[in-house]
Every structure is written in structure tokens, then in C-alpha cells.
Design a protein around this ligand. Structure first.
Ligand SMILES: [Zn+2]
Length: 308
């Protein structure tokens, strides 16, 4: 706290001036205009990964906010304006953003599908059977492919920073490999008969594959998060038959259907998992690497009964 009241007034005026000069998006009191190229991603997870590759050379923003439901998102006129002002748009692809193909046609900005080159897994069950599971980022190994695609796209956008992007990409890919190794060894500690991952959305196929878990979910894709009685019954049967110790649900959907499964089976509610969105900066998963670590810790704690 400044002791001098005049100093406080002066500080307040400086902040005000900086805000006026820098526009409402100014961070850290920067009063210089930000003329870096703007990269817009469809959701928060991609924005964080992209920032790791871009460093300070590009301005990376997410179109959708923290906690947004991204599968069935409905873009606003403001989103269209924002996208029109961007220099590059990144989307996940694999059918994640159902709204995106129409949206991107309305703006004249290049876009890059960051999952290009990833080996997709298919959704099993329901009307989505056979379609690719879009949640490829739930394997850090796939995100290494995302990173390469981003570095290439950023280099095309700002060739003068090619070396920075390449170096950032290499460094971040090492961190992804570390998180992947930790993920596999942490889940290897779960006894084989307890290695079942039961969640609301079928968003964990890639992680379950990497970690040797059996995946089970109430609904395949969040676009229709209204669980049918049939879906709940079959999840209850699975939990009972396999004596699954804990079940989970994701941050962007209601956990009510899963609470019904908990009621009916006596399994523990193992906690909230993050997939389709990061948390706010002061929440549990402000970055993608935090998201994977948080989910792995939550799953291991739930399945080994080390919660509470
Ligand atoms: Zn999802």
C-alpha cells in the first residue's frame, strides 16, 4: 500500500491512461499498441498449447471462453467480427467443433486444422459409431503433432520468427513427453481389476488407450448431454458388474446423471475431470499440462480409493 495519497492518485491515473491507450485488452499495463499477428483458436486448450509455441511473437486468443460447451457452441455476431480481425484461426478438427465449418466460411481468414496427421480413434456406440473421436488432445503424444502443425502455420504467418517457433516447439514437446511418461507410470500403479474409467462423455478414449484403461461413458459426445434412461442403466450395470470403485464427470457438463449412477451402485464420485476446457487462471487447470496432470491424479486417487 502506498503511504502517499498523491502517489496513489498518480498511480490510478497512470493505470487509467494505460487502459485508454492500450485498449481494453491491455495486459500488465502495456501502453504500446499490440501489433503482433493475432491467432484465434476455437477453445481454451488449443490457445494454451499455441501460446507455448508462439511465445511472445504472436497474440493468441481463444474464441470460446473458459467452461464453454464447444461441441454445440453457437457463434455470436461478435465472434464473427473477432474472427474477421484475426490473421490465423486454429481449429481442432475431427468433427469437434460442429459449428466451425459454417462459421469459417463467413470470415475470410486462413485456418489450420491442428489435428492433421493424428491417427484418429473411432467412437463406438450410438449414432456416432464409426466417426472419429475428436478428443485427440487427451493424448500428449497427439499434442506433439498439434505442436508441429502450429509451428508450421506460425512460420508461414511470421517467417521472421521461424527459429523461435521451432525452439519453442521442441521444448514444449519435451514437456509433453514427460507428462505422457508420468501418465503411463501413474496409471500402471492402479491394480488391473480396477482399471476402468467411467465418465460422462466418451472423451477419454485416447488417454484410456495410452494408460491401459477400459473406457466406459454415459454418452459418446457432449452435443447431446441429455442422458437417456437406457444409457444410465447400462452404465449402472457396468459399474456393478465390474465393481468399479469410482466414477467421474467433466467440468463442462452437469454431473447429475453420474450422481444417479453413484446412488444406484455405491461407487464413489471420484471428482471432476477436465477435457473440453481449461479452468480460469486461478483454478485447478490453467494450462493443458495441468489439465492432464490433474485428470491423471484424480483418476488414480479415485480408482485406488486414496481420496477423502
Ligand atoms: Zn468433448
Amino acid at each position: 500500500m502506498p503511504k502517499n495519497p498523491r502517489g496513489t492518485v498518480r498511480a490510478a491515473l497512470t493505470v487509467l491512461l494505460a487502459a485508454v491507450l492500450g485498449g481494453c485488452g491491455a495486459q500488465g499495463g502495456a501502453s504500446e499498441p499490440d501489433d503482433r499477428p493475432v491467432v484465434l483458436t476455437t477453445f481454451t486448450v488449443l490457445a494454451d498449447v499455441a501460446r507455448n509455441v508462439a511465445g511472445d511473437e504472436l497474440r493468441v486468443e481463444s474464441l470460446t471462453k473458459v467452461g464453454a460447451e464447444i461441441h454445440g457452441y453457437e457463434p455470436t455476431p461478435g465472434d464473427v467480427r473477432r474472427a474477421s480481425g484475426a490473421d490465423l484461426i486454429l481449429d481442432n478438427g475431427l468433427g469437434l467443433e460442429a459449428w466451425f465449418s459454417r462459421f469459417v466460411q463467413t470470415v475470410d481468414v486462413p485456418h489450420v486444422v491442428v489435428s492433421e496427421g493424428v491417427e484418429p480413434m473411432s467412437i463406438t456406440g450410438d449414432a456416432y459409431a464409426g466417426r472419429p473421436n475428436p478428443h485427440a488432445w487427451m493424448s500428449p503424444l497427439n499434442v506433439q503433432v498439434y505442436v508441429d502443425n502450429m509451428a508450421e502455420a506460425f512460420t508461414a504467418l511470421a517467417p521472421e520468427h521461424a527459429e523461435v517457433f521451432a525452439a519453442n516447439a521442441e521444448e514444449y514437446k519435451e514437456q509433453l513427453q514427460q507428462v505422457q511418461d508420468d501418465l503411463v507410470s501413474a496409471l500402471a500403479a492402479v491394480p488391473p481389476h480396477q482399471r476402468a474409467l467411467v465418465t460422462c462423455e466418451g472423451a477419454f478414449s485416447y488417454l484410456a488407450r495410452d494408460a491401459g484403461l477400459t473406457e466406459r461413458y454415459i454418452w459418446p459426445v457432449n452435443a447431446e448431454q441429455q442422458a437417456t434412461p437406457q444409457q444410465i442403466t447400462s452404465t449402472i450395470e457396468f459399474v456393478r458388474d465390474n465393481e468399479v470403485p469410482a466414477v467421474f464427470c467433466e467440468s463442462t457438463v452437469s454431473d447429475r446423471p453420474m450422481r444417479q449412477v453413484v446412488e444406484a451402485t455405491g461407487a464413489a464420485f471420484g471428482g471432476q475431470l477436465y477435457v473440453d476446457s481449461l479452468s480460469e487462471p486461478d483454478g485447478p487447470v490453467p494450462t493443458y499440462l495441468d489439465l492432464i496432470r490433474h485428470d491423471v491424479d484424480t483418476i488414480v486417487a479415485g480408482l485406488t480409493g486414496s481420496t477423502s
